[in-house]
Design a protein around this ligand. Sequence first.
Ligand code: NAP
Length: 308
Amino acid sequence: MENVAIIGSGCAGLTAALYTARASLRPLVLTGTQPGGLLTTTTVVENYPGFPEGIGGYELMAQMQKQAERFGARVKFGTVEAADLSKQPLVLTVDGEPVEAETLIIASGASHRHLGLESEQKLENKGVTYCAMCDGALPIFRNQPLVVVGGGDSACEEALYLTRFGSIMYLVHRRDALRASKIMAERTLAHPKIKPIWDSVVTEVLDPKQDKVTGVRLKNVKTNAETVTACAGVFVAIGLIPNTQLFKGVLDMDENGYLLPRRGSATNVPGVFVAGDCADHVYRQAVTAAGMGCAAAIEAERYLAHRD
Ligand code: NAP
């Protein structure tokens, strides 16, 4: 029987592991299919406090894991396939094997929605990215035309953020009006470096043969006209998908699948806590996820101390 099982090994999960390990609870961390979480897919992390020169996303997560393990956390590669939270102990099915736990911290993160193009996949991290704040400052994007795909708050935020690096930001949206909040939409469209391309979808990212981004092929959905726009980077911001499908109908969540804690990080099921991107569509930063992981760990520890 585990004191604490943690689903996810990103910033939230590993910080929860560090805190519960230091509380002598020997947490079990189940990594999911992407050990280290989304941050491992970025190059340099420049906004995590404590690293004035920045730190590689992979390295940061490896260090976090090492730190948690030093105090007794156990990190196991595994995917949670099912969760029975209807009674104590809570039971997870991990790669076919049951894991019983008194408390559970869900830090399963969120995945970037992809366009679903083969060329997009081939050029991921070679000019195609899903996080302007992580990658926007890279030299390959400096003073270059860049494409941002999407019409929501994220796309606007990404485009505005990128104006400090790129020469011109093409905001490619599949409709002729932004979904983003009014203030964000107005700010975005008023910016002299942002040029919207309406009613258009990316049909191909160029050029996998050169192993780098040189442009995008666009299709106007109203006229079917095809054009090519030259750019050095493609920032896809068409929404995130929280990794919470497992808990549908069991834990409170909003219409987009983000978990809704009731008080602090506690959920509607006693002993189950949430942290990080699976419960946060507002901040979505490494450091805020780490903070939420810390809070969930403290709550799990208090729950265990007071449960009888
Ligand atoms: P979102 O609001 O769901 O917007 C996603 C955008 O991507 C939409 O414009 C959508 O087009 C487009 N899209 C979806 N699938 C697509 C596809 N396959 N191909 C092309 N375009 C596609 O997602 P988000 O912008 O990530 O925001 C998520 C939530 O976080 C929202 O509640 C948002 O308000 C919030 N948020 C807030 C802030 C802020 O306040 N500063 C910043 C970021 C996020 P359609 O419009 O046609 O559906």
